[in-house]
Design a protein around this ligand. Structure first.
Ligand SMILES: [Zn+2]
Length: 430
């Protein structure tokens, strides 16, 4: 089932013609922003030089830093009075980024979310619990209006009060839930504690943080549902940029609305399909805040194979953010790789913390892992054996030695929003 079959399956010359037309419109829109007029002048390029979709490679990048410097309304291409909604990014470092939406932007956004919800098998009348933060975070209102547009019964549950969330799932006969994967795991844990099952729940949409295939296996087993990966970022409206179809083998990125490139994050050079790098997106329909070659910081690759579902371009699941990537003794490590290893080991639980220290000028990686209740005997010989196994499995995948500390079940922090599992204690002195 498709929400917009024509657009979702568009390909070849038709797709290229539409992309080019929209790219030109986007560049004209961008030229209304003083930042872009300056950037293009500096780069010695004019929008008229773009004559084919591939010419996008000639254009300069936009960075997160540029958006911050434009705070609050420096990137608007329409009068502020035409902006009907504002969201901001979480702003973990420095000023947040402001994202403005016109009425047309909101309509496009809801439409993309409706495509995703339809693609995973939801139908008009299904009950949808939206268990993410409402407010400035885009995940709440984004899914909310997309769900209403396609005729779902939307419950704006927000986060927190997990027992109440479980109660609502059962009282309202919820078919699908949207939340972060770490919160889904927490719901599963609380349900297990109170002995609740959620028989109506068949579909889980999980996003806002990278998560692994082993995490999918765990979530599907514990919650007895089908789990789909959702990708988006506030700068591109929010969620709804790319989403898994029932094949669960890569995410369809909506090719009529987002032009995607993969680059080497160090050199900025464009990479081919199958090569891992940083994703750069030029949105093609954004009116209030057009962006040109925006560096997302997210590491992934383009897939060249087609998809059994008939839709177009796919990217691989996000491995992590270029700036979440830890460089440990010269080796690149992503927290998602650690998660993948740990979830594959039956003796340890779903919770872990990563600490990075510098000891005698050397990077040291310490990983605290919770044991599972079933395997936590407290016997020292058992602990030593499990610790050895975890250390070896991590070394195999990461290619570096780590210090593994096993901790009692329930000891590590739980996260309702985005998980913050990495603590880098190295400081910036060296
Ligand atoms: Zn597909």
């Amino acid at each position: 089932m498709f929400w917009d079959e024509k657009m979702e399956t568009l390909r070849g010359k038709d797709l290229e013609a539409l992309q080019l037309k929209r790219l030109k419109w986007t560049l004209a829109q961008a030229m209304k922003v003083p930042f872009y007029r300056g950037l293009f002048r500096e780069a010695g390029i004019r929008p008229a030089d773009v004559k084919a979709v591939d010419d996008v490679e000639k254009l300069p990048f936009t960075r997160k830093k540029d958006l911050r410097e434009g705070y609050p309304f420096g990137f608007l291409a329409v009068p502020r009075q035409k902006v009907v909604r504002i969201h901001t990014t979480s702003g973990t470092t420095g000023k947040p980024t402001v994202v403005g939406y016109t009425k047309r932007d909101l309509a496009h956004w809801a439409d993309l979310i409706a495509r995703n919800l339809t693609m995973v098998g939801l139908r008009e009348g299904d009950v949808f619990q939206n268990a993410v933060n409402y407010g400035l975070f885009t995940g709440g209102l984004g899914f909310h209006y997309g769900g209403e547009l396609m005729g779902l019964t939307v419950i704006p549950a927000g986060t927190g009060n997990t027992k109440r969330q479980i109660e609502m799932i059962n009282d309202f006969g919820v078919d699908a839930i949207h939340c972060t994967p770490s919160y889904a795991m927490h719901i599963a844990e609380v349900a297990e504690e109170i002995g609740a099952t959620m028989p109506t729940l068949t579909t889980g949409l999980f996003g806002a943080e990278p998560w692994s295939e082993s995490m999918r296996t765990e979530l599907e087993r514990k919650l007895d549902l089908s789990a789909f990966d959702s990708y988006g970022l506030s700068e591109m409206y929010g969620p709804g940029v790319a989403f898994e179809c029932p094949e669960k083998d890569g995410l369809h990125i909506w090719h009529d609305c987002y032009l995607v490139e993969i680059i080497d994050p160090e050199t900025g050079e464009t990479l081919g399909a199958g090569e891992r790098g940083e994703m750069v997106i030029t949105p093609l329909v954004k009116e209030a805040m057009p962006l040109v070659r925006y560096r997302t910081g997210d590491m992934t690759m383009l897939r060249e194979d087609g998809c059994a579902c008939g839709r177009g371009q796919k990217i691989s699941r996000i491995l992590g953010r270029a700036d979440d990537m830890l460089v440990i003794r010269g080796i690149n490590v992503f927290p998602s790789q650690i998660e993948h290893v740990l979830l594959g080991l039956p003796e340890v639980g779903d919770h872990f913390m990563v600490y990075v220290d510098r000891v005698n000028y050397l990077d040291e990686l310490t990983i605290e892992v919770e044991m599972k209740r079933e395997t936590f005997s407290g016997e020292l010989s058992d602990l030593a054996r499990i610790q050895k196994r975890v250390t070896a499995a991590l070394r195999d995948v990461l290619g570096i030695r780590t210090a593994v500390k096993l901790v009692e079940p329930g000891l590590l922090p739980r996260f309702e929003g985005k998980a913050k599992r990495v603590v880098d204690r190295r400081g910036g002195l060296f």
